[in-house]
Design a protein around this ligand. Sequence first.
Ligand code: IMP
Ligand code: MG
Length: 205
Amino acid sequence: MAERSPGVAVVNEEKSEACVQSSMCQDIERVLISAEEIQDRVRDLGRQIDERYAGEDLLLIAVLKGSIVFIADLMRAISIPHEVDFLATSSYGAFSTSSGVVRILKDLNEPIGGRHALLVEDIIDSGHTLAYLTRLFSARNPASLEIVTLLDKPSRREVDIDLFWTGFSIPNEFVIGYGLDFNQKYRNLPYIGVLKPEVYQADSE
Ligand code: IMP
Ligand code: MG
Protein backbone atom coordinates (compact mmCIF):
# COMPACT_ATOMS: atom_id res chain seq x y z
CA MET A 1 0.00 0.00 0.00
CA ALA A 2 1.27 3.45 -0.83
CA GLU A 3 2.50 5.44 2.13
CA ARG A 4 0.07 8.13 3.22
CA SER A 5 1.60 11.47 4.03
CA PRO A 6 0.00 13.54 6.81
CA GLY A 7 -1.19 15.84 4.02
CA VAL A 8 -3.63 13.22 2.77
CA ALA A 9 -5.74 13.37 5.92
CA VAL A 10 -5.82 17.15 5.63
CA VAL A 11 -6.87 16.88 2.01
CA ASN A 12 -9.84 14.71 2.87
CA GLU A 13 -10.81 16.81 5.85
CA GLU A 14 -10.59 20.05 3.94
CA LYS A 15 -12.44 18.64 0.98
CA SER A 16 -15.24 17.17 3.04
CA GLU A 17 -15.60 20.43 4.98
CA ALA A 18 -15.91 22.38 1.74
CA CYS A 19 -18.34 19.80 0.33
CA VAL A 20 -20.77 20.47 3.14
CA GLN A 21 -21.12 24.02 1.88
CA SER A 22 -20.60 23.62 -1.81
CA SER A 23 -20.50 21.27 -4.77
CA MET A 24 -17.29 22.94 -5.96
CA CYS A 25 -15.09 20.44 -4.17
CA GLN A 26 -16.13 17.79 -6.69
CA ASP A 27 -14.12 19.72 -9.28
CA ILE A 28 -10.97 19.60 -7.15
CA GLU A 29 -8.42 16.87 -7.81
CA ARG A 30 -6.55 17.50 -4.58
CA VAL A 31 -5.74 20.13 -1.99
CA LEU A 32 -2.21 21.40 -2.56
CA ILE A 33 -2.00 23.78 0.43
CA SER A 34 -4.45 23.54 3.30
CA ALA A 35 -6.20 26.55 4.85
CA GLU A 36 -4.20 26.03 8.02
CA GLU A 37 -0.85 25.96 6.19
CA ILE A 38 -1.81 29.17 4.41
CA GLN A 39 -2.75 30.90 7.66
CA ASP A 40 0.56 29.88 9.30
CA ARG A 41 2.59 31.14 6.37
CA VAL A 42 0.64 34.42 6.14
CA ARG A 43 1.38 35.02 9.83
CA ASP A 44 5.13 34.49 9.14
CA LEU A 45 5.03 36.89 6.21
CA GLY A 46 3.23 39.48 8.37
CA ARG A 47 6.00 39.28 10.98
CA GLN A 48 8.71 39.65 8.32
CA ILE A 49 6.95 42.67 6.86
CA ASP A 50 6.65 44.20 10.37
CA GLU A 51 10.42 43.93 10.76
CA ARG A 52 11.31 45.08 7.27
CA TYR A 53 9.11 48.20 7.30
CA ALA A 54 9.17 49.24 10.98
CA GLY A 55 8.96 53.04 11.17
CA GLU A 56 8.38 53.42 7.41
CA ASP A 57 5.45 54.79 5.40
CA LEU A 58 4.18 51.45 4.03
CA LEU A 59 1.61 51.13 1.25
CA LEU A 60 0.33 47.66 0.33
CA ILE A 61 -0.81 47.45 -3.29
CA ALA A 62 -3.03 44.50 -4.17
CA VAL A 63 -3.41 43.40 -7.75
CA LEU A 64 -7.11 42.63 -8.30
CA LYS A 65 -8.83 40.28 -8.20
CA GLY A 66 -6.71 37.27 -7.32
CA SER A 67 -5.01 38.93 -4.32
CA ILE A 68 -8.11 40.00 -2.42
CA VAL A 69 -8.20 37.09 0.01
CA PHE A 70 -4.44 37.13 0.54
CA ILE A 71 -4.29 40.87 1.24
CA ALA A 72 -7.28 40.67 3.59
CA ASP A 73 -5.43 38.13 5.75
CA LEU A 74 -1.96 39.62 5.25
CA MET A 75 -2.92 43.14 6.34
CA ARG A 76 -4.29 41.71 9.59
CA ALA A 77 -1.06 39.76 10.11
CA ILE A 78 0.89 43.03 9.85
CA SER A 79 0.92 44.99 13.09
CA ILE A 80 2.69 48.18 11.95
CA PRO A 81 0.54 51.05 10.59
CA HIS A 82 0.09 50.94 6.82
CA GLU A 83 -2.31 51.83 4.02
CA VAL A 84 -3.75 49.69 1.23
CA ASP A 85 -4.53 50.48 -2.38
CA PHE A 86 -5.76 48.45 -5.35
CA LEU A 87 -4.84 48.06 -8.97
CA ALA A 88 -6.59 46.09 -11.70
CA THR A 89 -4.88 44.73 -14.81
CA SER A 90 -6.35 43.03 -17.83
CA SER A 91 -6.77 39.30 -17.56
CA TYR A 92 -5.42 36.83 -20.07
CA GLY A 93 -7.98 34.13 -19.40
CA ALA A 94 -7.18 30.94 -17.62
CA PHE A 95 -4.56 29.37 -19.82
CA SER A 96 -3.28 31.87 -22.33
CA THR A 97 0.23 33.06 -21.71
CA SER A 98 1.03 36.61 -20.74
CA SER A 99 2.41 38.54 -23.68
CA GLY A 100 4.15 41.13 -21.55
CA VAL A 101 1.65 43.77 -22.62
CA VAL A 102 -0.47 44.49 -19.57
CA ARG A 103 -3.46 46.80 -19.66
CA ILE A 104 -4.26 48.81 -16.55
CA LEU A 105 -8.01 48.69 -15.92
CA LYS A 106 -7.82 50.58 -12.64
CA ASP A 107 -4.83 52.59 -11.49
CA LEU A 108 -3.90 53.37 -7.89
CA ASN A 109 -5.81 56.04 -5.97
CA GLU A 110 -2.69 57.02 -4.02
CA PRO A 111 0.58 58.53 -5.24
CA ILE A 112 3.54 56.31 -4.31
CA GLY A 113 6.43 58.79 -4.74
CA GLY A 114 8.69 58.64 -1.65
CA ARG A 115 6.67 55.86 -0.04
CA HIS A 116 7.53 52.20 0.60
CA ALA A 117 5.38 50.28 -1.86
CA LEU A 118 4.79 46.55 -1.42
CA LEU A 119 2.96 44.82 -4.26
CA VAL A 120 0.74 41.97 -3.08
CA GLU A 121 0.21 39.26 -5.72
CA ASP A 122 -1.58 35.93 -5.75
CA ILE A 123 0.88 34.09 -8.00
CA ILE A 124 3.96 34.71 -10.14
CA ASP A 125 3.73 32.56 -13.23
CA SER A 126 5.54 33.79 -16.38
CA GLY A 127 6.45 36.95 -14.47
CA HIS A 128 5.24 39.29 -17.24
CA THR A 129 2.56 41.00 -15.15
CA LEU A 130 4.93 41.85 -12.32
CA ALA A 131 7.78 42.82 -14.65
CA TYR A 132 5.43 45.34 -16.22
CA LEU A 133 4.07 46.63 -12.90
CA THR A 134 7.57 46.95 -11.47
CA ARG A 135 8.61 49.13 -14.42
CA LEU A 136 5.44 51.21 -14.17
CA PHE A 137 5.73 51.85 -10.44
CA SER A 138 9.51 52.38 -10.40
CA ALA A 139 8.96 55.34 -12.71
CA ARG A 140 6.83 56.94 -9.95
CA ASN A 141 9.89 57.02 -7.66
CA PRO A 142 8.80 55.15 -4.54
CA ALA A 143 11.27 55.01 -1.62
CA SER A 144 11.29 51.24 -2.21
CA LEU A 145 9.35 48.76 -4.31
CA GLU A 146 9.12 45.10 -3.34
CA ILE A 147 6.74 42.22 -3.96
CA VAL A 148 5.06 39.65 -1.78
CA THR A 149 3.42 36.77 -3.60
CA LEU A 150 1.44 33.97 -2.02
CA LEU A 151 2.49 31.48 -4.71
CA ASP A 152 5.37 31.14 -7.12
CA LYS A 153 5.64 28.78 -10.08
CA PRO A 154 9.39 29.09 -10.78
CA SER A 155 9.36 26.52 -13.59
CA ARG A 156 7.14 28.81 -15.68
CA ARG A 157 9.23 31.96 -15.40
CA GLU A 158 9.97 33.80 -18.66
CA VAL A 159 11.29 37.06 -17.18
CA ASP A 160 13.31 37.60 -14.00
CA ILE A 161 11.58 39.17 -11.04
CA ASP A 162 13.63 40.73 -8.21
CA LEU A 163 12.93 41.48 -4.61
CA PHE A 164 10.10 39.24 -3.72
CA TRP A 165 8.89 37.22 -0.80
CA THR A 166 7.04 33.99 -1.49
CA GLY A 167 4.47 32.16 0.58
CA PHE A 168 4.87 28.86 -1.27
CA SER A 169 6.73 27.59 -4.32
CA ILE A 170 4.47 25.25 -6.27
CA PRO A 171 4.82 22.88 -9.22
CA ASN A 172 3.54 23.70 -12.68
CA GLU A 173 -0.15 22.98 -12.10
CA PHE A 174 -3.17 25.19 -12.51
CA VAL A 175 -4.41 26.07 -9.03
CA ILE A 176 -7.55 27.69 -7.68
CA GLY A 177 -8.92 28.84 -4.34
CA TYR A 178 -7.94 31.46 -1.72
CA GLY A 179 -8.61 34.20 -4.28
CA LEU A 180 -7.37 32.38 -7.39
CA ASP A 181 -9.94 31.58 -10.03
CA PHE A 182 -10.74 29.49 -13.04
CA ASN A 183 -13.23 31.40 -15.20
CA GLN A 184 -13.89 33.70 -12.20
CA LYS A 185 -15.03 30.81 -9.98
CA TYR A 186 -13.51 28.97 -7.00
CA ARG A 187 -12.05 32.11 -5.38
CA ASN A 188 -13.94 31.40 -2.16
CA LEU A 189 -12.33 28.03 -1.42
CA PRO A 190 -10.29 28.38 1.79
CA TYR A 191 -7.41 26.25 0.45
CA ILE A 192 -5.28 26.12 -2.71
CA GLY A 193 -6.42 23.21 -4.85
CA VAL A 194 -5.62 21.60 -8.17
CA LEU A 195 -8.55 21.52 -10.55
CA LYS A 196 -9.53 18.24 -12.22
CA PRO A 197 -8.45 18.37 -15.89
CA GLU A 198 -11.96 17.44 -17.04
CA VAL A 199 -13.23 20.74 -15.62
CA TYR A 200 -11.13 22.91 -17.90
CA GLN A 201 -11.27 20.43 -20.78
CA ALA A 202 -15.08 20.51 -20.63
CA ASP A 203 -14.90 24.27 -20.60
CA SER A 204 -12.78 24.50 -23.75
CA GLU A 205 -15.02 22.16 -25.76
P1 IMP B 1 2.07 36.01 -15.04
O1 IMP B 1 2.16 34.90 -16.07
O2 IMP B 1 3.18 35.91 -14.01
O3 IMP B 1 1.99 37.35 -15.70
O4 IMP B 1 0.71 35.71 -14.24
C1 IMP B 1 -0.35 36.56 -14.33
C2 IMP B 1 -1.58 36.11 -13.61
O5 IMP B 1 -2.06 34.89 -14.17
C3 IMP B 1 -1.48 35.83 -12.14
O6 IMP B 1 -1.44 36.97 -11.34
C4 IMP B 1 -2.78 35.06 -11.94
O7 IMP B 1 -3.87 35.97 -11.81
C5 IMP B 1 -2.89 34.27 -13.23
N1 IMP B 1 -2.44 32.88 -12.99
C6 IMP B 1 -1.26 32.31 -13.29
N2 IMP B 1 -1.21 31.02 -12.93
C7 IMP B 1 -2.42 30.75 -12.35
C8 IMP B 1 -3.00 29.57 -11.73
O8 IMP B 1 -2.39 28.49 -11.59
N3 IMP B 1 -4.27 29.73 -11.26
C9 IMP B 1 -4.98 30.88 -11.35
N4 IMP B 1 -4.47 32.01 -11.90
C10 IMP B 1 -3.20 31.94 -12.39
MG1 MG C 1 -2.89 38.06 -10.25
